[in-house]
Ligand binder design. Structure first.
Ligand code: MG
Length: 392
């Protein structure tokens, strides 16, 4: 049987020290909340079967907004310490009983898919493994007065990151034992595992996998990220659905009362279908019918939110971001104007971008053609995206 791999992403801290009014993991970076980028790394990863977020109890609304459309296990509230938060996440995973758990900090959004693969491979080979980097600075020990007491041997030192990878049953048992022993002071899971007698090995970390902590970290990351997204692409999408029986239409993720319904396999939201194809087009990554075949019964009546969220996840998995989404809806009825702002907000939430990056326009076709005869709805969309330079 294939091993089941769960990712546990810890976002329980309320770290406001990065100079912001909202916890740092919910701040935007290149238009996307940090936590969304981090979680999407795991939800889009082929080797990860489930993603368990741990959040602060006060952040439920922030979390829901930041992660709309991502395929996650329901978030659980964390404890008073990082260790308590990890324990809460491990407990929530008990019914799923994964073989391997990857514990990762929400504030490390730049880990790559390769690093996640290395973590899984390392956990298969050992009971526990952590990503490590060689120390390049000379490290000195100082006394409380700031005087150097000794220079440490750099060749024996590593600096350690997340995701840290463990056999789930071992880590869960170690956390329970630590709690029973009254130990709540472990700052990472490897330290707790060492205390519990679990052998911890290392695998190659990544210099870019920094933990965003200070305001300077955010400013540098924002500048580097946007500067690196030099591959600007545009994609277009087009969709049509016929009117049929019913009392409402779904348009741009918004339910609009109408004299008829719309015929289609999913909820037949032409706006979200056109936007999905626009994003996939910009990625040169197939189309909606390729990823979600109409012949597959699981998409019958499905909310189209998931199609657009999927395309945006594919984009994020490639390190990109959405610069702009532009939508034109063509119909005589229903009237789009009264719902325009709700659609913009809904599309922005699904795509995980600011509402100022979403345009919704509407027109009639002057009673000409099938839209003019009120036989159906049509939508056209354009997506402008930024990708890292791929060298081709
Ligand atoms: Mg369609």
């Amino acid at each position: 049987m294939a091993e089941r791999v769960a990712a546990l992403v810890v976002a329980g801290g309320r770290g406001l020290r990065a100079g912001s009014q909202i916890p740092k993991q919910y701040r935007g970076l290149a238009g996307t909340p940090v936590i969304r980028t981090t979680l999407a790394l795991f939800t889009a990863h082929d080797e990860v079967d489930a993603v368990q977020p741990v959040i602060h109890a006060n952040d439920a609304d922030l979390f829901a907004q930041a992660t709309a459309g991502l395929a996650l296990l329901p978030p659980v509230p964390g404890g008073a310490t990082r260790q308590g938060s990890v324990r809460a996440g491990l407990e929530a995973l008990a019914s799923l009983a994964p073989d391997i758990v990857l514990v990762h900090d929400a504030a490390r959004p730049f880990a790559s898919a390769d690093l996640v693969s290395r973590a899984v491979a390392a956990a298969r080979a050992a009971q526990a493994a952590v990503p490590a980097l060689a120390v390049t600075d000379t490290i000195k020990q100082v006394d409380p007065a700031g005087r150097v007491t000794q220079t440490l041997d750099r060749s024996l030192l590593i600096s350690v990151q997340t995701p840290q990878a463990f056999h789930y049953p071992l880590l869960w048992e170690a956390h329970r034992r630590a709690a029973e022993a009254g130990r709540e002071d472990f700052t990472d899971d490897a330290a707790l595992a060492e205390w519990a007698g679990i052998e911890v090995s290392v695998f190659e970390g990544e210099p870019r996998n920094v933990k965003l902590t200070t305001e300077e970290d955010f400013a540098r990351a924002e500048a580097e990220r946007v500067a690196g997204l030099v591959d600007i692409r545009t994609g277009s999408g087009f969709d049509v659905h016929a009117f049929g029986d019913g009392d409402h239409v779904m348009l741009g993720g918004v339910r609009i009362p109408h004299a008829g319904g719309v015929v289609g396999h999913s909820d037949a939201d032409v706006a979200l279908h056109a936007l999905t194809d626009a994003v996939l087009g910009a990625l040169a990554d197939g189309d909606i019918g390729h990823h979600f075949p109409p012949s597959d019964p699981q998409w019958r009546g499905a909310s189209s939110d998931r199609f657009l969220a999927f395309a945006c996840e594919r984009l994020r998995a490639r390190g990109g971001s959405i610069a702009h989404l532009d939508l034109t809806i063509v119909c005589e009825a229903p009237r789009v104007g009264p719902h325009r702002d709700a659609m913009r907000a809904r599309i922005a939430a699904i795509a995980g971008i600011g509402v100022d990056r979403v345009a919704v326009k509407a027109t009639t076709s002057e009673r000409l053609g099938f839209t003019g005869r009120r036989e159906g709805l049509m939508a056209m969309a354009t997506a402008t995206i930024r990708l890292p330079w791929s060298g081709t």
